[in-house]
Design a protein. Structure first.
Length: 115
């Protein structure tokens, strides 16, 4: 059974940084797309950043500056470095992996940015 587990969320002051990490287990993801999404209270889930199997990165327009997605040093991981956080970045952040057969989601990790 495939599981994605996020970590690294927490409470940070505005202007601070967090590094989120997602570890996938149950299968090996090679050449697959990975992404981070977020969902704020009362809002729809939205894309934060995507990393294709070819290494191409895409960011939501509002998050191009200060956010960086990358494969982790450990196999089956994907990280999201977030800098210069603002209270508007408060949300639950979800890890996502895509294969031809299915989409996989993590349970989410809460990020709260205080002003």
């Amino acid at each position: 059974q495939v599981q994605l587990v996020e970590s690294g969320g927490g409470l940070v002051q505005a202007g601070g940084s967090l590094n989120l990490s997602c570890v996938a287990s149950g299968r090996t993801f090679v050449g697959n797309d990975a992404a981070w999404y977020r969902q704020a209270p009362g809002e729809q889930r939205e894309l934060v950043a995507r990393l294709t199997g070819h290494g191409i990165t895409n960011y939501a327009e509002s998050m191009k500056s200060g956010f960086a997605i990358a494969r982790g040093n450990v196999k089956n991981t994907v990280d999201l470095q977030m800098n210069n956080l603002t209270p508007e970045d408060t949300a639950v952040y979800y890890c996502y992996f895509n294969t031809r057969e299915s989409d996989y989601w993590g349970q989410g990790t809460q990020v709260t940015v205080s002003s």
